[in-house]
Write a protein that binds this ligand. Structure first.
Ligand SMILES: [Cu+2]
Length: 264
């Protein structure tokens, strides 16, 4: 045998490398400005994941380079390697540690998702219509006031977006809100967001949906409730009939018949 490994030294090297990588990676502002109540929670989750990944990466690198250096073949050594039959303690460790890390990540993500998706009674609903290659929006609380390529919402109020795809799969994404949700034909999906910073943002389609995908954007204005009321009551366009039909087919309030019932 090669004798005891310098476990304490390797652990110290792993911790030092973890700290260096984490400091660099966490200091980078990966997601940009935060403009919803969900954003800081999602960014914190990302930072915790970065630290955990840095630890795993550092551990693997320290062990790899130690093994490469310590057990390298001497010049002229053409013999076979020593036959090794495994190491039960090591195998338990490399099963248990990743399991604990993954379970911790799952539990923490679950908690964050629960918090950011918890519905509030005091919310407004906005219907979102996506089609190749444009967005439009209707306000059910305002007689289905309808707007194309631009929508406004009041600040510090929970908004429940009901997504209705008219043709292929699109995806609703406002980077500063962090929330991203697929729009799927035949299914109504919901995104819950509480914008908490007044400003102008961009809604981006983030599902490759065809030739004009890159230009499928809309202007998002977060403003005071007074300004929002004024803007929404000024909307004069009538909502097109197919969109009303999409709302009526809402799969959340009208679940589809079981597959075997229609004989289709
Ligand atoms: Cu799209």
């Amino acid at each position: 045998m090669y004798g005891r490994l310098p476990i304490v030294k390797m652990l110290l090297a792993t911790i030092a490398l973890t700290v260096v990588i984490s400091v660099v990676m966490v200091s980078i502002n990966w997601n940009g400005q935060e403009a919803s109540t969900a954003a800081p929670k999602i960014d914190d989750l990302l930072n915790v994941m970065i630290v955990l990944s840095s630890f795993v990466f550092s551990l693997v690198m320290v062990m790899l380079f130690y093994a490469l250096y310590k057990f390298r073949a001497k010049p002229g050594d053409e013999s076979d390697g020593e036959p090794i039959h495994g190491n039960t303690r090591l195998e338990i460790a490399w099963t248990l540690i990743p399991t604990i890390i993954v379970l911790f990540g799952a539990g923490y993500s679950w908690k964050v998702l629960n918090e950011i998706e918890s519905p509030s009674k005091d919310h407004i609903t906005v219907d979102v219509f996506s089609q190749q290659y444009a967005w439009s929006f209707a306000y059910p609380g305002k007689d289905y006031a309808w707007t194309e390529c631009e929508f406004h919402v009041p600040v510090n109020k929970q908004i429940q977006f009901k997504m209705h795809a008219q043709d292929v799969i699109h995806s609703f994404w406002v980077p500063e809100w962090r929330i991203k949700k697929d729009n799927v034909p035949g299914i109504t999906t919901t995104a819950i967001v509480t914008p908490n910073k007044v400003g102008t943002y961009q809604l981006i389609c983030t599902e490759l949906c065809g030739f004009g995908h890159a230009s499928m954007r809309a202007k998002v204005v977060v403003e005071s409730p007074e300004k929002f009321e004024k803007w929404v009551t000024g909307l004069k366009k009538e909502i097109p009939k197919p969109f009303i039909e999409s709302i009526e087919q809402d799969t959340e309030t009208n679940p589809a018949e079981p597959l075997d019932a229609g004989g289709a």
